[in-house]
Design a protein around this ligand. Structure first.
Ligand code: HEM
Length: 131
């Protein structure tokens, strides 16, 4: 069945996938995202996605979503961006964030795609040492 296939794809995706509602509240998180951020689904579902980011974005993210919903001007949707995530243990890591907007059964949700860049950034730093 189609829904079961989609679930299997999301559950086994290499990249993290998180969905939020129009208020920034986390509605779903896949195992890859749980591993990256070190949370179980039950610890973050129902919480604001801002718990997964360090300042200053943590305190500004509701405003980002509101600004987008009021102006229609996207800064990440359709472009993607490199941002910083905050793990449960307090450490910060770089990742590539893609966001898409989904109209789902009459309401708006956002899907975030999280591609960890920790290893790429470490390699970049090592190369700088040779320069
Ligand atoms: C906008 C940071 C996670 C949904 C933004 C912006 C930044 C940002 C910097 C644009 C600010 C601007 O220039 O106006 C972060 C960080 C995250 C994160 C650091 C780390 C966890 C997420 C996730 C989702 C999401 C997981 C969706 C599931 C959005 C939406 C917008 C936005 C809907 C407004 C639309 C747009 O500007 O294109 N976020 N975000 N964010 N973010 Fe996040």
């Amino acid at each position: 069945e189609n829904a079961a296939l989609l679930k299997a794809i999301i559950e086994n995706a290499i990249d993290g996938i998180i969905t939020i509602n129009s208020h920034g509240i986390i509605e779903s998180i896949n195992p890859a995202a749980c591993n990256l951020f070190q949370y179980s689904p039950g610890e973050v579902i129902g919480k604001n996605v801002s718990v997964l980011m360090p300042p200053p974005d943590k305190d500004l993210h509701d405003g980002y979503i509101n600004r987008y919903q009021n102006t229609g001007k996207a800064h990440i949707i359709g472009f993607g961006r490199e941002v910083k995530g905050l793990k449960k243990d307090g450490s910060v890591f770089p990742f590539r964030l893609g966001v898409s907007e989904v109209q789902f059964s009459g309401r708006k949700i956002y899907t975030g795609f999280i591609h960890d860049l920790t290893r790429e950034k470490e390699a970049e730093e090592r190369l700088k040492d040779y320069a």
